[in-house]
Design a protein around this ligand. Structure first.
Ligand SMILES: NC(=O)c1ccc[n+]([C@@H]2O[C@H](COP(=O)([O-])OP(=O)(O)OC[C@H]3O[C@@H](n4cnc5c(N)ncnc54)[C@H](OP(=O)(O)O)[C@@H]3O)[C@@H](O)[C@H]2O)c1
Length: 267
């Protein structure tokens, strides 16, 4: 039995659930975070079914609430759990012209995708650096690499995650810390994401990657201490395009992927 613990946000479905499977397979104790207890219980049932004696703790928390990161940290501390691996996967998007979308949804998105990710990283990374061991996986996106019309705020949160993670990676190297941070940049992937983001009628949703494959690549990169994981050729193309093309061209390319195909936008 591996006596290590992984805390995974967004673990009730999609990429986060598949990442939890990877940890459970390697005998980690897993702490699963998402909003809905019933979905977390179903995820735990599936993990128990597949991995028998895996130890699972469920922490239902809404990461759009600014206090949630403190509550999660307090709960794992109260239970005496050392977090050896932190996965900041929880996130969501929204599709439409910025002038039409709901600001409350977007402010919640900034809190979940960016602010709570920073807050959880702050709390757990300090402990990891003190111990000089631990690993963190930040889930970005191919949207981290390009301004994305029709998902303007979502892509901005993912660009934030990339910039933040790369800067802290540099600091960890400067501090000569053994702690590693990896950023996973998935391409469009077959999860609830497109439904939640109202992006089903877009080119991006047409040929999604397999969530299990995306998670496994991210997990392997995390375990190898790699800086970045770009699952599938499409993610690699997005990354290298961003090195070669100006933002205005990247925005045009993203618009062809993210502009709703059937539903008319207001303008
Ligand atoms: N699928 C893609 O095409 C794609 C591509 C690039 C990057 N990503 C990123 O991958 C990550 C995982 O998304 P996914 O594709 O696996 O989508 P998903 O199936 O919708 O999973 C999202 C997870 O985040 C949780 N979550 C959402 N809002 C939350 C909140 N306020 N507080 C706590 N947990 C919350 C959800 O559970 P509850 O709803 O119960 O809270 C769920 O467990 C996200 O960061 C997403 O941006 C996805």
């Amino acid at each position: 039995m591996n006596d290590q613990t992984a805390l995974i946000t967004g673990a009730s479905s999609g990429i986060g659930f598949e990442l939890a499977r990877c940890f459970a397979r390697d005998d980690y104790r897993v702490v699963l975070v998402a909003r809905h207890l019933t979905e977390l219980q179903e995820a735990a049932r599936l993990l128990h079914q597949e991995f028998g004696g895996v130890e699972i703790m469920l922490l239902p928390h809404d990461l759009s609430r600014p206090e949630s990161a403190e509550h999660i940290y307090a709960e794992t501390s109260r239970r005496g759990l050392q977090i050896d691996a932190l996965v900041n996967d929880a996130g969501f998007g929204e599709t439409g012209y910025f002038t039409d979308t709901d600001i409350r949804t977007e402010l919640g998105m900034i809190q979940v995708n960016a602010a709570s990710l920073v807050h959880l990283t702050k709390l757990y990374l300090r402990d990891m650096v003190d111990r000089n061991e631990g690993r963190i996986l930040q889930v970005g996106s191919v949207a981290s690499f390009a301004p994305s019309p029709c998902q303007a705020v979502y892509a901005a949160t993912k660009a934030f995650v990339l910039s933040f993670a790369e800067a802290v990676q540099h600091e960890l190297r400067q501090q000569k810390s053994a702690v590693t941070m990896t950023i996973l940049c998935p391409p469009p992937t077959d999860t609830n994401f497109f439904q939640v983001a109202h992006a089903e009628n877009t080119r991006a949703a047409a040929r999604p990657a397999d969530a299990r494959l995306v998670a496994q690549e991210g997990y392997d990169a995390l375990m190898n201490g790699a800086a970045r994981s770009l699952p599938t050729l499409s993610a690699k193309v997005n990354f290298f395009s961003s090195l070669l093309l100006p933002d205005s061209v990247l925005a045009t390319l993203m618009n062809t992927q993210l502009h709703p195909l059937e539903k008319e936008l207001r303008h």
